[in-house]
Design a protein. Structure first.
Length: 103
């Protein structure tokens, strides 16, 4: 089993969620985070006093899937996460040692 973690622009989240669900990915989590992705425009950017740097509000998406489905999920993130600019996000794939259900 794998965990796919992607940091994407907020404007792409709707399309990503719909595409992932349509492809059968149901174990999906979304987190609002501040990050250092390149802003699409000035309105997306704000200055963080804590960091002393400009940040944007982005979304961390996590998908858990079988090893066989990793390439399909990554391809969805790569195609549906595009913004038309370089550095539109990051994708990380990690192994899950154990997965249990809560009954």
């Amino acid at each position: 089993m794998k965990q796919i973690k992607a940091f994407v622009h907020r404007t792409r989240v709707g399309d990503l969620v719909h595409a992932l669900e349509a492809a059968g990915f149901r174990h999906l989590s979304l987190f609002d985070v501040k990050g250092l992705l390149r802003a699409l425009d000035a309105r997306e950017q704000q200055y963080s006093v804590e960091l002393g740097e400009s940040v944007i509000h982005e979304v961390q998406m996590e998908v858990f899937c079988s090893d066989e489905d990793v390439d399909k999920a990554v391809e969805i993130f790569r195609t549906r996460g595009r913004t038309g600019k370089r550095d539109a996000g990051c994708i990380y794939v990690s192994a899950i040692e154990r997965a249990l259900t809560i009954e």
